[in-house]
Design a protein. Structure first.
Length: 242
């Protein structure tokens, strides 16, 4: 079964507790959400073309017609692997839309899933082959869906499923208008699963900076109920990387 993939390349993970680690990124197309801060809006729709890096870290790309077969993607991942590379990042778009395809990948490398956590049934299909799960919880101000409470319910269920087998952490985008009230949705959800799950506050990358005072307040607020609260920006943006 083929999958619509936007690009495959080798770069440095810039988000969350694994920031700084080199990975091969497989960026899938299609997403059910429309987050206001999305930095890859081109992946929401199907383009029919996939960019493939010709040499690891070079930034030079060739193109292939999509969708792509699993054997081809697995072979491409192998060609882009290097001595310092640690994981295959399955990102998007939303990779859980392609859970059946992901099960067909024949690679010996650890799989690092980056998901908006909206599809618990699909997460259940691949939970046993995912080494690390980066799970988003959206907030009301992200304006990502017309049915926020349904999405939140699915996110918590997805995180619970992946946390059974993978090293799981939760990432929440913090905007200047984020409040303790809106963040409490995410805090209570994670607490209901395991208060030890790393809880990453990621200030939105935009011209409107998140005040440090707000970030400190939100960290302390989350820290009242969760054991591992951190603030980590998008470090790959600082290094001008993909």
């Amino acid at each position: 079964m083929p999958a619509y993939i936007n690009e495959i390349f080798n770069s440095i993970q810039g988000e969350g507790p694994y920031a700084g680690m080199r990975q091969v990124f497989v960026r899938f197309e299609k997403c059910q959400l429309h987050c206001s801060y999305c930095d890859t809006p081109r992946t929401r729709d199907i383009s029919g073309t996939c960019r493939i890096e010709t040499k690891p870290g070079s930034g030079d790309f060739s193109s292939a017609k999509a969708p792509l077969q699993g054997e081809y993607v697995s072979d491409t991942i192998g060609k882009l692997w290097t001595n310092s590379t640690k994981h295959v990042s399955l990102t998007g778009g939303e990779p859980l839309l392609y859970a059946d395809f992901i099960r067909t990948l024949n690679v010996e490398y650890p799989l690092y899933l980056e998901t908006n956590s909206g599809f618990p049934d699909k997460a259940r299909k691949i939970k046993n082959i995912i080494a690390i799960a980066s799970c988003d919880i959206k907030l009301p101000e992200h304006d990502c869906t017309d049915n926020y409470l349904d999405l939140l319910k699915n996110e918590i269920k997805t995180i619970s499923i992946l946390n059974e087998t993978a090293k799981t952490f939760v990432k929440v985008i913090i905007m200047p208008e984020t409040t303790k009230e809106s963040l409490s949705f995410a805090i209570e959800g994670v607490k209901s699963i395991d208060k030890n799950i790393p809880f990453i506050l990621q200030p939105v990358t935009s011209k409107n900076l998140v005040p440090s005072s707000l970030l400190f307040d939100l960290m302390d607020f989350a820290g009242e109920k969760l054991k591992d609260v951190r603030a980590i920006p998008q470090t790959h943006k600082m290094m001008n990387l993909l």
